[in-house]
Design a protein around this ligand. Structure first.
Ligand code: ATP
Ligand code: TPS
Ligand code: MG
Length: 346
């Protein structure tokens, strides 16, 4: 690392920074099967049992706004987003440790509310919270969760495993969490302008809940086992479909074609996007925080997913020289660019 030169974080963005750290920190032990660069690190523990480790930090003002985020939901979400990274490896989460940075603006009851949400998530995902760290903060609430899990060697799905001609699949629907956030921000502004006004959230329940209390798709991971399906590559959608597809293509050294008319969107997300004069396609591609799974499977496995209610086939893996493109409804072929969430990028 050249420390005589000053490079702005905004020049390289979050992913450029991670690439540099990855170069700087090659793994020493041959037990490290996958170091920096996937949804979780993969460590060999036993002959064919692999352990996963991943961590996610949630910062007030960046990841949540306490003006409209109930602490119980926040506790649930901070666990769910971590479990999601283990699911993205086709693994099973087992334990978490939790660090919290607090100011004395929080009461003991408020912190118990946060932990009630975490406990609910631990129960829902059958994991145990086994430790953590507590510190004071002068700049808002911070929640750091580290999760460990495991999986069998032959079942692990890396970002790097996509093969030319694979089908590209995504679970659930896209863009709902982003539109939920827009609604919450709008209601916050209305409230600030006139505290007498009641928030109008009743008809937006689904998308608001997708923002405040997302679920990790462990249900889909379980159904892979029942279906006898092992994705060639997988990632969870935290920064937006476009960004995650580009990660899979970069790591697998392949290209991709996806189809706008195959992308799954809930009618409430679509209608709310229109209400906000936003393009539903942009929201589906770049919204972020969906915590759905994006994965690729061999074409021979099509029958296994064809009638699955929670899986959409959205395109094909192509060779790298074909690029990563989307066929829009007007039949235009447009390059997919990552305009989703990227810490530091303007
Ligand atoms: N500060 C860091 N130091 C070392 N490795 C890092 C750092 N930040 C991220 N990484 C690693 O970079 C890879 C990609 O991280 P990233 O946070 O983009 O993935 P993710 O956890 O799937 O996404 P998200 O944070 O949106 O859930 C992971 O292997 C992660 O462990
Ligand atoms: C108050 C507030 N502002 C913005 C957002 C949106 N947001 C924050 S982090 C992130 C991507 C995932 O983060 P990471 O990559 O760190 O896991 C997104 C889409 C929000 N939820 N709340
Ligand atoms: Mg991830």
């Amino acid at each position: 690392m050249d420390s005589s030169k000053r490079t702005e974080l905004s020049e390289i963005g979050e992913f450029g920074l991670i690439d540099r750290l990855k170069e700087f920190l090659p793994a020493k032990s041959d037990k490290v099967i996958k170091s920096i660069g996937d949804d979780a690190a993969v460590i060999r523990t036993d002959e064919n049992v692999f352990q996963f480790i991943s961590t996610d930090l949630l910062m007030e003002g960046v990841h949540f706004d306490l003006a409209y985020t109930p602490l119980k939901h926040l506790g649930y979400k901070s666990v769910a987003v971590n479990v999601s990274d283990i699911a993205a490896m086709n693994g099973t989460a087992s334990h978490i440790v939790v660090g919290i940075a607090l100011s004395n603006r929080f009461s003991v009851e408020a912190i118990e509310e946060l932990y009630t949400g975490m406990k609910l998530a631990c129960d829902a995902y059958s994991i145990d919270l086994v430790g953590g760290d507590t510190t004071s903060s002068r700049s808002g609430l911070g929640i750091s969760v580290t999760v460990v899990g495991e999986g069998r060697e032959e079942e692990v799905a890396y970002r790097s495993g996509a093969q030319v001609n694979d089908l590209i699949c995504v679970t659930g629907d896209l863009g709902a969490a982003f539109m939920g956030l827009q609604v919450l921000e709008r209601e916050k502004q209305v409230y600030l302008a006139n505290p007498e006004m009641q928030p109008e959230l009743l008809d937006k329940e689904y998308i608001v809940q997708r923002q405040l209390r997302p679920e990790a798709r462990v249900d889909v991971i379980k159904s892979f086992k029942t279906l006898g399906l092992k994705p060639n590559a997988m990632i969870d959608v935290s920064d937006g479909l476009a960004s995650e597809l580009l990660h899979i293509c970069k790591e697998s050294n392949v290209g991709a074609y996806i189809y706008e008319d195959k992308l799954p969107i809930d009618p409430m997300t679509f209608d709310t996007a229109r209400e906000f004069e936003l393009d539903p396609l942009t929201i589906m591609l770049n919204g972020g925080e969906d915590y759905e799974l994006l994965f690729t499977i061999p074409q021979a496995d099509y029958e296994k997913v064809r009638n699955h209610p929670d899986i959409s086939v959205i395109g094909y893996i192509k060779s790298a020289d074909e690029g990563v493109n989307i066929y829009t409804k007007g039949d235009h072929l447009v390059p997919v660019t990552a305009q989703g969430w990227n810490h530091f990028k303007a």
